[in-house]
Design a protein around this ligand. Structure first.
Ligand SMILES: [Mg+2]
Length: 200
């Protein structure tokens, strides 16, 4: 029987990105930034402590291209869970990372998830990326026939809510701390997410 497609975000679902990126940007800029500020959107053009958003985006990209980001371990329980989940689902990664950093993404996946059966990796792009690619996760998830998308970002949850694809919110983060969203399909860790997926 053909497996259902499970689309998985990468940053803050498979790898603790926000925390490490914010730490790196704080260190190289000398201006303290919080992980949630990566996702706050452009309010007044700068972070709370005064780092210009354009410079913030540049330093986040520098982190993404820095080999130190390849060493970051997957989120707890992720690898073991994915091995079980891959028995039942066809796993495809769908990230909003820019296509120009796909080499780094693939290197991290090979470093840390080589024992997991992942059939495809898609770079959707985002407004900050140099490639100009900025597709929607909904479009990509439709194209790959996803049954579910697991993502930490409420905006992607919202994109999918009227589609046939089931959005699942993942992680206990400041940027997804919305009671209305967490009252639906939300899982704080890989153990509870895996239990849900394997029972559906
Ligand atoms: Mg993410």
């Amino acid at each position: 029987m053909k497996k259902k497609v499970l689309a998985l975000d990468i940053d803050d679902v498979l790898v603790p990105f926000g925390h490490h990126a914010a730490k790196y940007v704080s260190a190289v800029s000398g201006i303290k930034v919080g992980a949630h500020e990566l996702y706050d959107g452009n309010t007044n053009g700068q972070t709370a402590n005064g780092l210009c958003n354009k410079e913030f985006a540049r330093l986040v990209r520098r982190y993404q291209l820095d080999d130190c980001s390849l060493e970051v371990e997957p989120i707890a329980g992720c690898v073991e869970s994915l091995s079980d989940i891959s028995e039942v689902f066809d796993i495809k990664l769908v990230t909003s990372r820019d296509p120009t950093i796909s080499g780094q993404t693939m290197a991290w996946v090979e470093n840390h998830l080589s024992m997991v059966d992942i059939s495809e990796v898609h770079h959707v792009g985002n407004v900050h990326g140099p490639s100009g690619e900025n597709n929607t996760k909904l479009g990509v998830c439709n194209a790959i026939g996803a049954a579910y998308l697991v993502d930490d970002q409420p905006k992607y949850y919202q994109q999918l809510k009227d589609s046939q694809i089931v959005p699942i919110l993942f992680g206990e983060y400041a940027w997804n701390d919305e009671p209305a969203l967490r009252s639906r399909d939300w899982f704080s860790d890989w153990a509870s997410l895996t239990e849900f997926l394997l029972s559906n």
